[in-house]
Design a protein around this ligand. Structure first.
Ligand SMILES: Nc1nc2c(c(=O)[nH]1)N[C@H]1C(S)=C(S)[C@@H](COP(=O)(O)O)O[C@H]1N2
Ligand SMILES: [Mo]
Length: 321
């Protein structure tokens, strides 16, 4: 079998070192420290109604990367954008209206921790410099529903490279915004906000690991994780953190939001595997959004050719829960 390995992360030099994207770099070098910047990402009390129209609308649609094909129909846009998990806005699937309150401009992502160059990246300057492509990916939620959607964006590695991770960094920790004025779910004090997810540096460098900034040929809507979210199609959906505000390179394995609540059910690796049941249900099959039909779930959600090598020598770990 021919395994396609188009090296999407090998970006032109100008994309890998877009110095003009760095905001506050001098301040950082002068010793202000990246952690200070992390606190000021969202204007306090800002609402979407105050915000200008999405300035990235003209960037989409972008060319599709033909390497990624589906074994099923693309999910209807109206379903993928109205049936969501985004616990910041509530624990039901119907949060899409509430999520419109998320102010997606201005927006910046801090990349800090074990890096040569801590950076704060403005979303629109980032979008102007990244080589955007569309990818059709399957998505498998740990709750056993599934969809297939066209994401637009760029490889995660291209974003991390802007901060020049140190070779001593082993993990990538990501967190979502924290703003309970717009995200009422965050008023639920028993949850450990903000939403956190993590992966190894090797996983992050895999060509499948994708930052989505668009969906269905348009800017990604708030309910799907605007203005930028992670997409890891070989893992259960909860690993694909939405509305990222901060990325920290570290040598400590991050404890995710769900792992800290219920480690026995939501582990660090969370690779899709039909043969390893969730403690409360089988993972053998999945329900496609928009249908009652169930289809078999595949190991690594069908992406083993890309990712199985990442887990060689880790067979003793709980890779699949
Ligand atoms: N910040 C944040 N990211 C998140 C979640 C969340 O609640 N908050 N839910 C996760 C889960 S469980 C899934 S299945 C996917 C759902 O993505 P979708 O709504 O775009 O289908 O987002 C993931 N990312
Ligand atoms: Mo999920």
């Amino acid at each position: 079998m021919l395994i396609r390995r188009n090296r999407g992360w090998e970006l032109p030099e100008r994309a890998a070192t877009p110095e003009s994207v760095w905001m506050g770099r001098r301040a950082l070098l002068a010793g202000a420290g990246a952690t200070i910047l992390a606190g000021g990402l969202l204007p306090k009390g800002a609402l979407a109604a105050d915000a200008p129209a999405d300035p990235s609308a003209g960037l989409y649609p972008v060319a599709r990367n033909a390497a990624f094909t589906l074994d099923r129909a693309v999910t209807d846009e109206s379903l993928a954008t109205t049936y969501n998990n985004f616990v910041e806005f509530g624990s039901q699937k119907s949060i899409w209206r509430a999520a419109q309150k998320l102010p997606v401009r201005p927006w910046a992502v801090v990349i800090d921790g074990m890096v040569e160059q801590p950076v704060t990246v403005d979303i629109d300057q980032l979008l102007a410099r990244m080589p955007l492509e569309e990818r059709l990916y399957r998505h498998r939620c740990v709750e056993a529903w599934a969809m297939a959607v066209p994401w637009s964006g760029f490889p995660l590695k291209a974003l991390l490279d802007m901060a020049k991770p140190l070779s001593s960094a082993r993990y990538v920790r990501m967190e979502t915004f924290k703003n309970d004025k717009v995200a009422s779910g965050q008023k639920q004090f028993w949850y450990p906000w903000p939403y956190v997810e993590g992966l190894t540096v090797a996983e992050a460098a895999n060509e499948l690991a994708f930052i989505a900034t668009g969906l269905y040929g348009k800017p990604i809507p708030p309910q799907n994780g605007a203005p930028l979210r992670l997409v890891l199609p070989w893992k259960y959906g909860f690993k694909s953190i939405k509305s990222i505000a901060r990325i920290t390179l570290t040598d400590q394995r991050p404890v995710s939001f769900w792992e800290s609540i219920q480690a026995s059910e939501y582990g660090f690796w969370a690779n899709v595997n039909p043969d390893v049941p969730h403690p409360r249900w089988s993972q053998k099959t999945e329900r496609l959004l928009g249908s009652d039909a169930r289809v078999p779930t595949q190991l690594f959600n069908g992406y083993g050719a890309y990712v199985a090598d990442l887990y060689k020598g880790l067979e003793g770990e709980k890779l699949y829960v």
